[in-house]
Design a protein around this ligand. Sequence first.
Ligand code: ATP
Length: 328
Amino acid sequence: MTSAVRFLKVSRHFGAVRAVDGVDLEIAPGEFFAMLGPSGSGKTTSLRLIAGFEQPTSGHIEIFGETAEGVPPYRRNVNTVFQDYALFPHLDILDNVAYGLMVKGMGKAERVKEAEKALELVKLPGYGSRRPGQLSGGQRQRVALARALVNKPRVLLLDEPLGALDLKLREQMQEELKSLQRALGITFIFVTHDQGEALSMADRVAVFDNGGIVQQGTPQDIYRRPKTRFVADFVGSSNVISPDVMTALGGEKRWASLRPEAIRLSGEGIEAKVESASFLGAATRLTVDITGSRLHVMLPAGSDIPDIGTAIRLTWQQGDLHYMDDAA
Ligand code: ATP
């Protein structure tokens, strides 16, 4: 099947800065794809390369099987929702949404109809005559979405789309974006530095570091089987266990990761000392010491919480211990 977006050894350097460096990437049609990574890792530059706002220094980009070389942004069938929404403050909402259609030369009656349809899609019917200044942050976000969707792009790019919203609204919009994407079947590619957001929304995640992709896979895959310490640290709250400690535990002399929720208290197993316990509502997090190294243990609600300073024993399933590729 033809990929929606394909990168072949794509680089974008700015002088000595390798913003994007030799990236290979394939995103399937209809996929909800997350680019996850810390600040400066090359996510936004990758998105801008897809949009056509940047050109690769080397390498090759295809969009639905056709080369993107020399194709200007407005002819790429790709639309972007920017983090700051970039709405025109002096235009009303309907004109903001219909703007792209006007530029394309669509007649007024048709463009009003299309813009109204798009506003309905993002659950803002009847808001057309307001100005952006009269809307809440979440509503402005929806307008920005409607303005991109009205052009019926095959690929929608979202740069930290929910970054400006408070936590509750963000969670609500995460669900709405996901169901909208499913209903429309458009390829969504979004940039985030929030691992929870990437894991909960995306079909597949690419983890960026230093201009490169260090791991790509389903959220489950990346969470359970991080390739490197960097991924284990960045995605979730994994225990990263050093080769020395692994040897002391009778394992291989390699770096390993072990998710806190995979560890159980039991009568037998490895001895540990409880250093602290934090009640989190749905779970309790213990910090324990094993052979001079700290581990987090996530106990489900309703578990007996051991006293601080006491010795306990811990077990886990062999399959939950995951060795990583870092040099020992
Ligand atoms: P953030 O989450 O902070 O937006 P990011 O992962 O999206 O980060 P990019 O914006 O892609 O990262 O930037 C990657 C690197 O390229 C950074 O070091 C940045 O300073 C540099 N960079 C990006 N655009 C330019 C430019 N136009 N000129 C020079 N350097 C740039």
